[in-house]
Ligand binder design. Structure first.
Ligand SMILES: Nc1nc2c(ncn2[C@@H]2O[C@H](COP(=O)(O)OP(=O)(O)OP(=O)(O)O)[C@@H](O)[C@H]2O)c(=O)[nH]1
Ligand SMILES: [Mg+2]
Length: 386
């Protein structure tokens, strides 16, 4: 595990959270994001002891919140017994260093918390490679001093190269070598995935995508009768999982469960997960799963839309699935799409709406079959009434 001194992520055990409303961003939004940050911290085994919120026009270059505020934060956090201050916004390597000095505590940002969760969850060779790559890319610009951990981990490759090369330069060089190595590994993994995909080419693929905790794995289990891990935790799923499921007795598809999205998802993370996310890019249909019972569902829908857009997913191939309608708490289930687009309403837990979902998928995947079925039904109806 990297230590904070080295600028890398560590486990945020006893945490104090800091949210900043920049340039008039509504305080409620910042609070909501802080709440989510708290869930992220708890997800990797941490505990939230307190939080603070600040309004600023622009971030302070040196300390993000300003030196005075940083000192205040340090005092408040230390009084509560916190060990780490977690900022909801991305901090530059030098901001982290300055803040650690002023607060006299360890400092993390949202990206490093997400990285921590990802590395706890990574199981397969693919996701482990992806997470390590993301971690090293995060670390590279933050490498400021002797970094003995990695040297030891990598079996002493980090010895000085030649006369005059500092330990720091040697460490950087070693990191870059490791990054190149991991990138090559990923290319091989991607090639294997592509081959496997070609092998199942005759079976259409339906990918489940969406915000973390929306219920993708639960829905995946329902649609495929698979026993995939579903949990009330953020980022329960890291690997793409594939399994067959029937839409009706004659049509079988492959469903793909994928890693969840989240706002302010670090870019280097998204790019390291490229091969996993390819299941979405290459799918015939994408089910964009939304937790409709979440107070911030509109935001989460928009965030996931952005990620799908950045993956070049054609919106025509996306069907919005509003999930958890059993948890709307008396609110009537909307009858038509309230996001102004094609959508179905389901509960992955009770099974409500799943037949409609399968029928919509059939129509989208096999428009000719669906047209034929509709024509037959109309014919029968006509015969019955004549
Ligand atoms: N009430 C209700 N809860 C649901 C429904 N679907 C899923 N959940 C719950 O929501 C939580 C998250 O479900 P998951 O299926 O793990 O969500 P996910 O989208 O796969 O999450 P990540 O893998 O973390 O991105 C679990 O506690 C589920 O039991 C639903 O239809 N109704
Ligand atoms: Mg999942």
């Amino acid at each position: 595990m990297y230590t904070l001194e080295d600028g890398g992520p560590s486990i945020p055990t006893r945490a104090f959270l800091v949210g900043v409303s920049l340039g008039g961003e509504p305080v409620e939004t910042v609070e909501e994001h802080l709440q989510e940050l708290g869930e992220l911290v708890t997800s990797c085994g941490g505990q939230v002891l307190g939080e603070t919120l600040q309004r600023r026009h622009t971030p302070d270059a040196a300390t993000f919140v300003g030196k005075g505020k940083a000192e205040e934060i340090g005092v408040a956090a230390r009084e509560l017994g916190a060990e780490v201050v977690v900022f909801d916004d991305d901090l530059s390597p030098s901001q982290v260093k300055n803040l650690e000095k002023v607060t006299d505590l360890a400092v993390m940002d949202r990206s490093s918390v997400i990285l921590e969760i990802f590395s706890n969850r990574a199981r397969s060779r693919e996701s482990k490679t992806q997470v390590e790559l993301a971690r090293l890319n995060y670390l590279l610009p933050r490498l400021t001093r002797r970094w003995s951990h990695l040297s030891r981990q990598a079996g002493g490759i980090g010895v000085r190269g030649g006369e005059g090369e500092s330990q720091l330069e040697a460490d950087r060089r070693m990191l870059r070598t490791r990054i190149r190595h991991l990138e090559r590994d990923l290319v091989t993994i991607e090639r294997t995935r592509a081959l496997q995909r070609r092998a199942r080419q005759r079976v259409p693929t339906v990918a489940l995508a969406g915000y973390t905790n929306a219920g993708k794995s639960t829905l995946f289990n329902r649609l495929t009768h698979a026993g995939v891990h579903a949990e009330d935790r953020l980022f329960a799923t890291l690997d793409a999982r594939l399994r067959r499921g029937a839409l009706d007795p004659r049509h079988v598809v492959v469903f793909a469960d994928t890693v969840g999205f989240i706002r302010k998802l670090p870019h280097h993370l998204v790019s390291s997960f490229r091969s996993t996310l390819e299941e979405i890019t290459e799918a015939d249909q994408v089910l964009h799963v939304v937790d409709r019972s979440h107070p911030a569902w509109r935001d989460q829908l928009a965030v996931a839309d952005e990620v799908l857009d950045s993956l070049d997913v054609d919106p025509e191939r996306v069907l919005v699935v509003f999930n958890k309608i059993d948890a709307l708490g008396g609110e009537p289930v909307p009858s038509s799409a309230d996001a102004g687009r094609d959508a179905v309403y389901v509960s992955a837990v009770t099974g409500e709406g799943l037949d409609r979902l399968r029928a919509r998928l059939l129509e989208r995947l096999y428009p000719e079959d669906a047209a034929r079925a509709a024509a037959l039904a109309a014919e029968w109806a006509a015969q019955a009434s004549s």
